[in-house]
Structure formats: C-alpha cells, structure tokens
Design a protein around this ligand. Structure first.
Ligand SMILES: [Zn+2]
Length: 360
C-alpha cells in the first residue's frame, strides 16, 4: 500500500473518517471530491442562511426606516401645522391690534395721569368726520379750520403749526390726532369740549418745508405777534435766526393771530397746547409761568419723554402766544416734538389723553 501522504492516491478510509479520525491538516487542505461536495453543500447552506438572514435584516431595516420616515413625516406635518397656527395667530393678533387702537394706558413711564379714565369708544363704532369751523383766513386767504370734539362746558384747545412748513410735522401729527379722536369720540370726557386747529399758518405750510416756511405770507413770525412782551425787534442770540423774520408792525397785526386770539377768548378756552418742533421740551406759558400753566406742563411731562423743564437756549422770547394766553387766564404750554420730521404719534396720544383729563 502506498503511503497515505501521497495526494494523488485516494484514501481508502473515506473522507468522513479521514476528517473525523485523522484531523490531518494536510488532508483537510486536500479533500477528496466527496469531501468537496459536503463542504460545498455546507457552505451553500451557510451562504443561504446568511443570505436569508441578510435579506431578513434588510427587510427589517427597510421596515424600521419606513417607520422612522412615517414618524418624521408626521412630525413635519405637526410642525408645519403648529407654525401655520402660530403665523395665523400672530396675524390675527396684529390685525386685532391694528383695528383696536384703544386709548393709551392710564399709566406710562410708571407715572400717573391725573383725572378719571373715560371709557374708550368701541373700535367697531362707525367713524364720523367732523366738519371744521372756519375761524378766519390767512394772509393768502386759506381757511383756519378748527375741529371740535365733545360738548362739555370746559373748553380746551390744541393749536399746531404756528411756524408753518418749517414745523410741518406738528400739522401732520394733529391731523392724526383728529382722525384718532374722530374714531374714538368718547375719549373726550363729558364735561369737556376740545378744539383742534391743525395749521395756524397754512400759507407757510404751503410755501416750504424748510426755513422759508416759518413766517406767514407777510414775513411775520406769528409766535412773536401776540400782545404780551411784544417787541419790534429782538436779540438773535439763542433764538431762531436762519432767515430775516419780523414780529409784525404791531401786536396782533396778522389775520392768523387775530383769529386765534379772538377764538381763544371768545370761546372761554381754559387750557391750550401749542405744538412746535423740535426738541426743546415743554414750556409753561406766562411771564413768569402761571401756576396753572406749570401744573399742566407737569402733567403732560409726566406722560412723555420730552424735556421738562425745557432746554434753555438763552433766547429772549417776546410776543409768544402761550405767554399771552397764560396772562389771560388760560393754562397754556408749548410742546416741541422730538425732531422736525417725526410725528411722535404714540407719545402725543398719551399727551392728548392726559390733556383731556387734566384737572386744574
Ligand atoms: Zn415753533
């Protein structure tokens, strides 16, 4: 018998016996054809099992991924729905806020407003446009139009734009206040009538929004044309002096100042705001300031960021409307808006509210 280690000769004992009993490495590397079959079969079984397992895992993975995708999709829908809802809610709140321009709160900058708080008009109330009263005409024939709100026996007045186009924003602000009051008429307390003159100097307003718009059509500074402390000329230091301007030929020489003086005294006005711009603050009328004007100035300063006491530029003010008004028993103040272009609407709605409810 030839030696078993000759690979060319089949082993007489058979592959199984050979593998089971001999465990010879050399023989395992060189199995007989029958052994090959069994190993191949075993390999194919393993391979088949492995493939099945792989497919099963793949299917499980696919199912898991599908589940994850489903959850992700649901989350996306939920997020989208939430976002949509948030957008819609925000829009609704904004829209409501735009419609409900309720009056300013009774407390701003943590300082109280004097007087009772009237109930605001319903935002759904149908707005009405008041018809203005024409109290006179400018040099060039433009009407001086006064709007009236309420019908109480205590009369108050707002006059804007005494300095024409140079302070055009005071007229624009007052237009907005008129519109606001038209929609919220019940802001005016029962005992009060409020008169509003949006432009005391319509000629200057029509001429220019610059320095050249300050005077009336006669070249007169209307706020130097009133009878108290009237001066034909005044020192320019600290005063507005960008262009030549006069105080008129005599006190109340101008049709605009005549009409206003007549209206203030003829209608028993008790309190007056005169709007200017810009930035100097709130001035109490009178020379010296009267107690009533000081009280009003303080009340309005409490609800606004405007300087009070006002900034002192060193100007020697002469023939001013609020000083003359105060000397005639009217609580009167000048209010300067923050700039020559801002309307300061929110601030001045608070001032309006405080003015309407101010108690002397
Ligand atoms: Zn002014």
């Amino acid at each position: 018998m030839p030696p078993h280690n000759d690979p060319s000769i089949p082993c007489p004992l058979g592959a199984a016996t050979l593998i089971g009993t001999l465990g010879n490495r050399t023989n395992r590397r060189t199995p007989t054809p029958k052994t090959h079959d069994k190993i191949d079969y075993a390999r194919s079984l393993v391979k088949s099992f492995t493939n099945q397992r792989r497919q099963e895992l793949r299917r499980k993975g696919q199912r898991r991924r599908a589940r994850v995708r489903k959850v992700e999709t649901r989350l996306r829908w939920l997020l989208a729905a939430g976002f949509g809802l948030a957008l819609w809610t925000g829009f609704f709140v904004q829209a409501s806020a735009a419609v409900d321009e309720s009056p300013p709160p009774g407390n701003i900058l943590n300082r109280p407003i004097a007087g009772p708080s009237p109930t605001p008009a319903s935002p759904t109330a149908v707005p009405t446009s008041p018809t203005p009263i024409v109290i006179g005409h400018s040099v060039e024939g433009r009407p001086l139009e006064v709007y009236a709100f309420g019908n109480g026996r205590h009369a108050r007045m707002i006059i804007a734009d005494i300095h024409g186009g140079y302070e055009w924003n005071t007229a624009a602000l007052t237009d907005q206040l008129i519109e606001f009051l038209t929609r919220h008429a019940s802001l005016v307390p029962p005992g009060v009538t409020l008169y509003v003159l949006p432009s005391m100097n319509p000629d200057g307003l029509a001429r220019s929004h610059g320095y050249d718009g300050r005077a009336n059509a006669n070249g007169v500074d209307l706020n130097r044309n009133f009878p108290l402390d009237w001066k034909a000329t005044w020192a320019p230091e600290g005063c507005w002096n960008y262009l030549p301007i006069t105080s008129g030929t005599h006190p109340l020489s101008e049709p605009e100042s005549q009409a206003v003086a007549r209206f203030l005294l003829g209608n028993g006005i008790e309190a007056l705001i005169s709007y200017h711009s810009a930035a100097l603050g709130i001035f109490a009328g009178g020379d010296p300031s009267t107690p009533q004007s000081l009280s009003l100035a303080e009340s309005l300063a409490n609800v606004s960021p405007y300087a009070y006491p006002p900034k002192n530029t060193g100007c020697d003010y002469a023939g001013e409307m609020v000083d003359w008004s105060a000397a005639n028993g009217i609580a009167a103040v000048d209010i300067e808006l923050s700039t020559h272009y801002n309307l300061d609407v929110a601030i001045n709605r608070r001032i309006l509210y405080a003015f309407l409810n101010w108690q002397p």
